[in-house]
Design a protein around this ligand. Structure first.
Ligand SMILES: [Zn+2]
Length: 298
């Protein structure tokens, strides 16, 4: 099977992870801009970060046969540093309209503050102006209220629900997200919160329509193989293969394919890998023999 992990922060992961993901069938990923673990102090840090998502990280994933797309946005945590937030919001259009950007994201609420709301409104408006998809991060605390607010604001701004992906849903929020007409994404965390078992029950109860599974793997305790692992469990527990395919491949492709940035045909081919390539004179290899392969349909 092939998988699409539409939320993973691979800049925090190693080449071992990329190799294991490709071997497990992960063909395509989306890396949304997010919080890097400590607050950035200047807009220049965001400039370099966004540039790395569009450049080096895209190259690095491709070196292991994984198509890399990204989402550009100001995360909710750092929206609370309002003077910096204003600068970052101003520079977003420079990056958000580039090739390989499939959404504005991840944006939304963390502590559900007025500053977070201002940044969210500005970015949903930017997405609407440019007919883009929005990837919404939902808060870990007070999740239900955060999601409700994200949906209400998008609706008030006239943003189309079919272009809104609400992420990090759980059993308490899934019905509201789906009823609103948005896509409901779920992050599978190892040992906690949303595990594969709970995801299986959600798919049984709500079906696969507009339901998306992702890993959100980052610098914290997380699992870059969460999508293939969850698919395996679903198949073992008797979920129909076409249902598993929808929630681990097709739905993400449809939701983010609305950007016009994803070549779905090309993703059906075994990816071409050419590790002789360089990015700004930089290679992922350290003296190893370069792999050169692929590019044929399978
Ligand atoms: Zn994330």
């Amino acid at each position: 099977m092939r998988f699409f992990d539409p939320h993973i922060h691979v800049t925090s992961r190693t080449t071992d992870d990329l190799e294991r993901m490709a071997a497990a069938g992960v063909r395509a990923i989306i890396e949304p801009a997010f919080w890097v673990g400590q607050p950035r102090t200047t807009a220049g840090s965001f400039v370099d970060y966004f540039a790395s998502l569009l450049g080096w990280e895209r190259f690095r994933a491709a070196q292991f046969g994984i198509a890399h797309y990204c989402a550009i946005g100001l995360n909710s945590k750092e929206a609370n540093n309002e003077s910096l937030a204003r600068e970052v919001l101003e520079l977003l259009p420079r990056f958000a309209l580039k090739e390989g950007v499939v959404a504005i994201g991840e944006i939304g609420f963390d502590e559900i503050t007025a500053a977070e709301e201002r940044a969210y409104v500005a970015q949903v408006q930017l997405a609407r102006e440019h007919d883009m998809v929005v990837m919404v991060h939902s808060p870990h605390r007070d999740k239900k209220r955060g999601i409700r607010r994200s949906l209400d604001i998008a609706r008030e701004l006239g943003f189309p629900m079919e272009k809104l992906v609400i992420d990090h849903n759980n059993e308490e929020t899934v019905a509201g997200t789906l009823e609103a007409g948005a896509w409901a994404a779920f992050t599978i965390y190892p040992h906690t919160k949303m595990g594969s078992e709970r995801m299986l029950e959600i798919v049984k109860k709500y079906g696969p329509e507009r339901v998306i599974v992702d890993s959100s793997a980052d610098w914290g305790v997380s699992d870059p193989l969460a999508v293939p692992r969850t698919a395996k469990l679903m198949l073992e527990r008797g979920i129909a293969p076409e249902v598993v395919e929808r929630v681990t491949w097709q739905n993400a492709l449809e939701a983010y394919g609305q950007s016009g940035q994803i070549d779905a045909e090309a993703l059906l081919c075994k990816p071409a890998i050419d590790q002789r390539q360089l990015f700004a004179d930089n290679s992922v290899l350290r003296g190893q023999e370069p792999r050169v392969e692929g590019g044929v349909p399978n």
